[in-house]
Design a protein around this ligand. Structure first.
Ligand code: 3Y8
Ligand code: NAP
Length: 243
């Protein structure tokens, strides 16, 4: 039976997978959560928005006769990954995750590992710094308790709600990012502390390499736990799995 594929997207790897599925003539649909105003257009039919929890996803899988789900979401999209494991088990649909290895500290890196966003907020309990927050908009508010810092906020869209920081500047940019631009940005803003998720992959790595070159500390947020599932690290492995 011809496979019918659902891709849970929102990362650089998901975009590469969509192109390969389209080139291969697969019957596949691409799914975004609808987090940003203009997500990247994909070469596959695309749906935008939540499914409505596990049961919503089970219904979607049945209604669209999905035979294979590829969870190519970001390592920090833990809720989506948990729901995909539960829904695919309930609907007896095959599931794999396409993800990328986490970044490892290299010589010269000054990383302070924290387990989660609350840990990152705790790590900012120190004298005033010029902090770059490259963690998106969803959890920014938690950092406003530390009013002593100046913040450089990199967001995909202009903030729609007032930000409760005393001293901050917003840069609106959609990755992938490169070292030259991130070095220039961080030097221009005299950044002396960076907060980052351990996203892995290439598209968000530039700020980490820039921090090493500048010799500044990085508060590195470790990945959330996600349930056990088959994981592949490349688009080719994902296509082999479908075949
Ligand atoms: C909506 C839609 C591509 C895909 C680009 C990747 C790389 C660039 C770097 C920094 C870090 C951050 C953030 C980031 C990166 C890629 C990839 C990645 C980080 C888009 C996209 C969607 C999202 C969601 C968005 C979050 C936010 C996180 C900004 C698309 C552009 C901080 C994570 O404003 C918001 O609500 C933004 C929400 C979730 C984190 C958060 O919690 O706020 N990504 N990002 C997806 C959907 O609707 O389903 O693909 O165009 C995708 C990408 N964002 O190659 O073109 O593969 O990781 N995205 C992080 O990783 O740290 C910015 O500034 O250095
Ligand atoms: P999340 O917290 O794990 O998911 C929360 C809810 O959003 C899910 O339960 C689901 O809603 C919906 N959702 C998430 N991803 C979806 C998708 N691809 N298609 C349809 N619905 C989706 O997710 P998140 O951290 O907000 O990330 C949202 C999207 O942004 C993901 O696609 C992810 O790949 C991308 N992204 C996230 C980050 C990050 O730092 N978190 C970074 C880069 C890209 P229902 O329960 O209603 O189904």
């Amino acid at each position: 039976m011809r496979p019918t594929v659902l891709v849970l997207g929102g990362t650089t790897e998901a975009t590469a997978l969509a192109q390969a599925l389209s080139d291969g003539g697969y019957d596949a649909t691409f799914s975004y959560a609808g987090r940003v105003a203009q997500p990247k257009a994909q070469p596959l039919p695309t749906r935008i928005g939540g499914f409505g929890g596990v049961d919503g996803l089970v219904n979607y899988l049945h209604e669209h006769h999905i035979t294979h789900v590829i969870d190519a979401t970001h390592p920090f999209a833990a809720q989506m990954s948990r729901n995909a494991v539960a829904a695919c088990r309930k609907a007896d649909v095959r599931l794999i995750a396409l993800t990328r290895p986490e970044w490892l500290a290299l010589k010269g890196d000054r990383w302070t590992h924290v387990p989660d966003m609350a840990g990152a907020v705790g790590a900012l309990d120190r004298g005033s710094c010029r902090v770059m927050l490259a963690i998106g908009k969803q959890q920014l508010a938690e950092f406003a308790v530390h009013r002593q810092h100046h913040y450089l906020l990199r967001l995909v869209d202009e903030p729609t709600v007032a930000l409760r920081f005393d001293s901050y500047e917003v840069v609106v940019a959609q990755g992938p990012f490169n070292l030259t631009d991130d070095l220039a940005l961080m030097r221009a803003h005299k950044i002396d502390l960076l907060v980052s998720k351990n996203a892995g992959g290439t598209a968000a790595r530039a700020k980490i390499d820039a921090a090493r070159e500048m010799g500044i500390e990085v508060v590195m947020i470790d990945r959330p736990k996600v349930p056990k599932r088959i994981v592949v690290g490349s688009v080719d492995d994902a296509l082999r799995w479908i075949r």
